[in-house]
Design a protein around this ligand. Structure first.
Ligand SMILES: [Zn+2]
Length: 363
């Protein structure tokens, strides 16, 4: 027996006033789970997320997803998937790329493999445009709807509908939406969270908050929720701690640096100070994507000059097309992310601060 539950993200239109405040007021989300047990983690105060009680089966589960064509319910799936949607329209390339990013950000932090697949009703999670409730209601227009079917608390099938009627007010950037707009990326990422087993978070700063806000990517609370279900990704990660941002802007990932250098952690020395003073001379690496030995090895002029290789890369190296390691290509990142190139931002710093959590491609 499959249990169906539905989560709806709603959008309130027509609220006037200050742009900042209207973020708080203009969006609403309703959620109802028909028979799943919603569990809240209330024992640790900083954990404000909720789980729906379901998750995908297995460790490191491979979960397929597709851009839904207009295929609806396939009778071979059986009656237990009643309510399976019939999608109405295809996504544009821009929209598809944002959806890929949305899946990628969850995969970046949790031990799950979200695999884009050709569309069929056999796919685990299908996402498409659909008519939900129009765009005219003052008190709430649904932006997106996630539907999850479970059997024995394991998710067996999920679908995500994005309301076609709200297309005109969608913001298709990776930034917080302008006033009066809603973030397509944030909404899709939120709905994907539901299809992975997340409920709504109590904190308005969380992506899984019941109301859509300017938040477009998972924050700590959301990451705690998804890793509580699946564990942390086995892949290299960039620190997602907001207080680490100033260090990341200097090319140093404190979480990684302290984990890799327990003597620095034990001595309670600031990772930025330590790296720039001693670390680079001792061959220690400032983040997962900068390899001090590699940089010296591939740039004998820097090696001969005996200067801080990270400082060299941040100031000169990237403009000369030099690479921080063999796992990060300066030119490939700029080619794959033309907005970064246009903005003239150091590609590695961009990736550490923004690109990683946005699921940007490295090449
Ligand atoms: Zn929701």
């Amino acid at each position: 027996m499959h249990t169906k539950s539905t989560a709806i993200l709603q959008f309130i239109v027509g609220h006037s006033g200050f742009a900042l405040i209207s973020y708080l007021d203009k969006n609403r989300c309703l959620i109802y789970f028909t028979s799943m047990n919603i569990s809240s983690n209330t024992t640790v105060q900083t954990f404000q997320y909720t789980l729906t009680g379901g998750k995908w089966a297995g460790s490191s589960p491979v979960i397929t997803w597709s851009f839904a064509g207009n295929q609806g319910f396939d009778t071979t799936l059986g009656v237990s998937y009643s309510g399976y949607p019939q999608f109405e329209d295809n996504f544009s390339d821009t929209q598809k790329n944002l959806i890929r990013k949305a899946f990628q950000v969850w995969e970046n932090v949790a031990d799950i493999d979200l695999k884009e697949t050709d569309d069929s009703t056999a796919v685990n999670i299908r996402i498409g445009w659909d008519s939900i409730d129009g765009s005219s209601s003052i008190y709430g227009t649904t932006l997106g709807q996630a539907t999850v079917w479970t059997a024995s608390d394991r998710i067996t099938k999920a679908s995500i509908q994005i309301d076609l009627a709200d297309l005109p007010s969608a913001d298709f950037s990776t930034n917080s939406p302008d006033s009066g707009k809603w973030s397509f990326l944030g909404t899709v990422t939120h709905e994907i969270g539901h299809t992975l087993g997340l409920g709504h978070a109590a904190s308005s700063k969380a992506l899984m908050y019941a109301q859509a806000t300017g938040v477009v990517a998972p924050v700590d609370d959301d990451i705690n929720a998804i890793t509580a279900l699946y564990g942390q990704t086995q892949a290299l990660t960039v620190s997602q701690n907001p207080k680490d941002l100033p260090s990341l802007e200097k090319g140093i990932d404190p979480e990684m640096y302290l984990a890799a250098n327990t003597d620095v952690a034990a001595a309670d020395i600031d990772p930025v100070v330590h790296f720039n003073t001693y670390g680079w001379t001792e061959g220690r690496n400032p983040n997962y994507f900068f390899d001090v030995e590699f940089y010296f090895g591939t740039n004998p002029d820097v090696n001969d000059a005996g200067i801080n290789p990270l400082s060299h890369y941040l100031e000169f190296g990237w403009t000369e097309g030099r690479n921080p390691s063999d796992s990060f290509s300066t030119s490939a990142y700029l080619t794959a992310n033309p907005d970064v190139q246009l903005a003239g931002i150091n590609p590695l710093v961009h990736y550490l601060v923004h690109g990683f959590v946005e699921g940007r491609s490295l090449a």
